[in-house]
Write a protein that binds this ligand. Sequence first.
Ligand code: ZN
Length: 340
Amino acid sequence: MTDLTSFIAGLPKAELHVHHVGSASPRIVAELAARHEGSSPVPTDPAALEKYFEFHDFAHFIEVYLSVVDLIRDAEDIRLLTYEIARELSRQQVRYAELTVTPYSSVRRGIPAPAFCEAIEDARAGARRDFGLELAWCFDIPGEAGLPSAEETLRIALEQRPDGLVSFGLGGPEIGVPRPQFKPYFDKARAAGLHSVPHAGETTGPETIWDAIRELGAERIGHGIAAAQDERLMAYLAEHQIPLEVCPTSNLRTRAVADLAEHPIGRLVAAGVPISVNSDDPPMFGTTLEQEYAVAAGLLGLDTAGVAELARDAVRHSFRSDAGKAELLAEIDAYHENYG
Ligand SMILES: [Zn+2]
């Protein structure tokens, strides 16, 4: 372990862009597969599962992702998945995480919305009690499922309003899924006090980010790396302090960037754009939040002080209460001061 790696490993952190199902590690998938043995193609043996998780290409990634989705069939699966994700985050010293959850997929598969929300809230209480981790939810619209999914996601958010819910999002593909059509749903979610956090500018250009800001009232942007192509947009993001949730390894795996060396994170930071570093779908992309901090440190040339500041920025950009932010910032300060 290098000095920086061990510093990152012990550093208290906040995670702002990580997906629920996309966080299912081989260990968690094995547990889910064991609950549904005989009715799923997913192997239950951990060694076989490691092989199953070796992606050949993006189509294979989608196939594996969907077979994991198929394992989430009842409220207990949801509770187990969420609680075990919290365990894995806490092992990386994550103290606060906004988990992007797609209730539409589960409700459409037959899990009633109240049972779904009860399951995630049960896991949230367990995470706080057992791991000292505070979870929060971003309910996101799966863009590829269109306006009916937006309607349903909004309905679940407003009718159930679980305690941990802080924001409203939009994920899935950007190509062929223009952001402005979702404006009425974001308007209602924002009117109800939810923060707006759509994905934009991951696989399409800066115009999608402008749309997310102008039409959806984005307060933070999922990915947003295409902003680096537009000086005016970078200046706008800097002036209005609209942070980007940057996930470097995800961008590499989905081919949004051809090579990590070409990743625009350095240009964004140089232009004063606020950023946090995040892991997106960590086991599926073969990464962890710790690994993303190491990658970002390499790209930005950061030492321990720089990495600590990166961790503070994630806390500052979060939707946690002011008291919760102050507590975590103080913990980061203390860790940094006492390190080495
Ligand atoms: Zn994402």
